[in-house]
Design a protein around this ligand. Structure first.
Ligand SMILES: Nc1nc2c(ncn2[C@@H]2O[C@H](COP(=O)(O)OP(=O)(O)OP(=O)(O)O)[C@@H](O)[C@H]2O)c(=O)[nH]1
Ligand SMILES: [Mg+2]
Length: 458
């Protein structure tokens, strides 16, 4: 085969499928705490631009290793005869109820796959694994072992001493938390295991990094589109009966619409990273800064007062505040003494909200429009939250099956944003508000997303 192909094998429930999921960056691999979840071998390819760079075959775990080894011993005369005996075993047991799992897991090896043996380094080593390792040695295929750690205990060194005798490469690899660097290590080992794979190994590592750049760029585009839409969003209503209009209701409607757009944006960013239907937890919780329009959210993700002042002083920043409120159509107002177009000055959110509950009496047919939101901090809050969500998704391992927790500590997310970037972004916000070209904004946001910030900071 021209690209590296590995069968991922081992005991049931040791994280084989999780490792496949992580390495091929495919969150659709079935992973579960129930042993014997994987019942059939299944190939997963990792590729770029339609070209396969490597293949992992997920397999069921060994069930009857001792019986298989006994069969093999009875069918091989000498060491050079062992790989043939393994092939003969697979030939002789197609459809055999007793060896369904072994048939499935040995078949890809007989067909030429190399071996990725997975063990759990958080449980003690036991000699019951020796029959499995012996069978794998009999295949004669290139072999490496990964020590996964499912639980908290550490028996890694004992495992290593045993595995070193059967496998030419042994690596510790946490299936659920391995970062890009750890994955790079495994791919590089492909090349060390079989010299003809060296070039493939280099290409896999390069492709993985290229793909990250592409995803970041795509996410920046999605986020900038959202910023443009949110900054220009308005809600309009035609007064349908003689009534008193409470602007806070229209404001709530506008907020809800922008929040829905934000969630859609987050879902699209998650999808760019290969996460479909990701369950998100924490949107409703206080620590998260609850909703987009909670005062705490603005403190956490917006610029500080001094950052905001410095950015505005440098020119180009959004000035003014509050939101636009316009009333048009038929004779608009009854007795309120305010003109037909009102540039509302009070802040959009937070403690000033109560003061902002303005009541208007309006005639039937009058048009009332709320928005766009003019708060200088509004685009920063949108961007800060998007950046935070991006980071969680970008560093998320595909083997994880828990919900994404949008929870931050009490820090100020934008605190480390350099003044120069702030000024440039501020200028682009103005351009987006006017519906201008988004190209520069996308590249600025892509640069921003490339700056790692500790999402656990508090
Ligand atoms: N915390 C933690 N959990 C893990 C890790 N690796 C696997 N798990 C969990 O262990 C369970 C088994 O993982 P799978 O990947 O399904 O294991 P498998 O070897 O494919 O299991 P079978 O297909 O049943 O043989 C799942 O609940 C995983 O989420 C790990 O490194 N850390
Ligand atoms: Mg499995």
């Amino acid at each position: 085969m021209s690209f590296p192909t590995f069968a991922v094998v081992g005991h049931p429930n040791k994280g084989k499928s999780s490792i496949v999921s992580t390495l091929v960056e495919d969150a659709s691999v079935v992973v579960s705490p129930v042993p014997r979840t994987t019942r059939e071998s299944r190939a997963f390819d990792y590729g770029l631009s339609g070209e396969t760079l490597f293949r992992l075959v997920d397999t069921p775990g060994f069930q009857r290793a001792h019986a298989v080894l006994a069969w093999l011993e009875a069918h091989a005369r000498s060491a050079e005869d062992r790989p043939r005996a393994v092939a003969a075993f697979v030939d002789a047991h197609d459809g055999d109820e007793r060896f369904v799992d072994e048939y499935e897991l040995l078949k890809p090896l007989v067909e030429g796959a190399a071996i990725l043996y997975v063990v759990d380094g958080s449980v003690p080593y036991g000699s019951e694994y020796e029959a499995e390792m012996e069978i794998l040695r009999w295949t004669g295929r290139p072999r490496m072992a990964l020590i996964n750690t499912i639980g908290a205990d550490d028996f890694i060194e004992v495992w290593r001493r045993a595995l070193d005798q059967y496998f030419s490469i042994v690596r510790v690899f946490d299936a659920v938390h391995a970062d890009v660097e750890k994955r790079t290590e495994v791919f590089s080992a492909f090349g060390a295991l079989d010299p003809t794979w060296q070039r493939s190994a280099d290409r896999i590592n390069a492709a993985m990094l290229d793909e990250r750049v592409r995803r970041r760029q795509a996410a920046a585009g999605v986020i900038v589109d959202f910023l443009g839409i949110a900054m220009n969003a308005t809600v309009e209503r035609t007064v349908s009966s003689e009534q008193t209009i409470d602007t806070s209701r229209l404001k709530a409607e506008l907020e809800a619409r922008i929040e829905r757009d934000e969630q859609r944006t987050q879902a699209r960013v998650a999808e760019i990273f290969g996460f479909r239907d990701l369950v998100v937890e924490g949107r409703q919780e206080i620590e998260v800064g609850e909703s987009l329009f909670a005062e705490r959210t603005w403190q956490m993700f917006g610029l500080s007062k001094s950052q905001l002042a410095a950015t505005a002083a440098a020119g180009g920043a959004l000035i003014g505040g509050g939101f636009d409120l316009a009333l048009g159509g038929a004779t608009a107002l009854l007795g309120s003494g305010i003109g037909a177009a009102i540039g509302a000055a009070s802040a959009w959110f937070g403690s000033q909200r109560a003061a902002d509950r303005r009541l208007f009496d309006a005639h039937v047919g009058a048009r009332l429009k709320v928005g766009p939101i003019r708060e200088p901090n509004f685009p920063w809050v949108l961007l800060g939250r998007a950046w935070f969500h991006f980071q969680l998704v970008a560093e998320r391992n595909h083997a994880r099956r828990d919900a994404l927790r949008l929870v931050v500590g009490s820090g100020q997310w934008m605190e480390n944003l350099p003044a120069l970037e702030r000024r440039e972004l501020a200028r682009e916000f103005v351009r987006l508000r006017r519906g201008g070209d988004r190209g520069r904004a996308v590249s600025l946001v892509a640069d921003l997303l490339n700056q790692p910030i500790d999402t656990r900071k508090s």
